[in-house]
Ligand binder design. Structure first.
Ligand code: A4P
Ligand code: MG
Length: 186
């Protein structure tokens, strides 16, 4: 008798970003949806971070995070699944590059692969310069993680000019409420 075939899973890292229509809720919901994708198991999720918008358009602050996914999907299948989730979040592409969005899901890293396809570049080409990607990534990935074509995560982090820019947000509304406020009079 032969054992059933299971495609081997590999580790992928996904960057999440939102700056429209309740960004924290968009990102939290997207994490749950990523966990439910067929062929994927969500391994770790970073905290949520408030980050200053990068790009030419004046727009609200972003909420960013990163998750790791063990996946049996191919890179193009995973990208298609990410774009499906963006559409479900009402993402409208009006052609403005780096414009405001309800949800952006970027395939940051896919195992040890380096890909240059017409609709998919892996690792994500901007990743090494972005504190809103590297800071949450460092929360869930080994610091010695080797990012194909870019080097070690710890070296990329050390080279960032704005490493302190992402502001870690409280876990949940309940966690925020648990932060002690001014003492009430006795
Ligand atoms: N594409 C190619 N490679 C990838 C990949 N690795 N992951 C293609 C995802 N998509 C990839 O993306 C444009 C095209 O990139 C897609 O058709 C896909 O096939 P898009 O999501 O339609 O447009 P975009 O997001 O505006 O462009 P781009 O260049 O992907 O922008 P980024 O890199 O996503 O940056 N500031 C803060 N603080 N936080 C942010 O999250 N995000 C952006 C957008 C700008 N400023 C930001 C943030
Ligand atoms: Mg994008």
């Amino acid at each position: 008798m032969t054992a059933p075939e299971h495609p081997a899973s590999v580790m992928a890292y996904i960057g999440l970003g939102s700056n429209l229509a309740n960004p924290r809720a968009q990102v939290r919901r997207a994490m749950d949806e990523l966990a439910a994708l067929p062929g994927c198991t969500l391994c770790l999720r970073s905290s949520l971070y408030a980050t200053p918008p990068l790009g030419p358009v004046a727009q609200p602050e972003f909420v960013n995070a990163v998750v790791s996914l063990a996946t049996t999907l191919t890179p193009l299948e995973l990208l298609a699944a990410l774009q499906g989730l963006e559409r479900e979040h009402g993402r409208v592409r009006d052609g403005t590059r780096w414009g405001p969005r309800t949800l952006d899901l970027d395939l940051l890293i896919f195992d040890e692969l380096q890909l240059q396809l017409p609709g998919l570049i892996v690792p994500h080409p901007e990743l090494a310069k972005r504190s809103f990607v590297l800071v949450p990534l460092a929360e869930i990935a080994p610091v010695r993680l080797l990012i194909p074509g870019h080097g070690r995560l710890q070296d990329l982090l050390a080279a960032l000019p704005d490493r302190d820019a992402p502001r870690r947000l409280p876990e949940t509304a309940a966690a925020a409420a648990a932060v002690p406020g001014p003492q009430a009079p006795a």
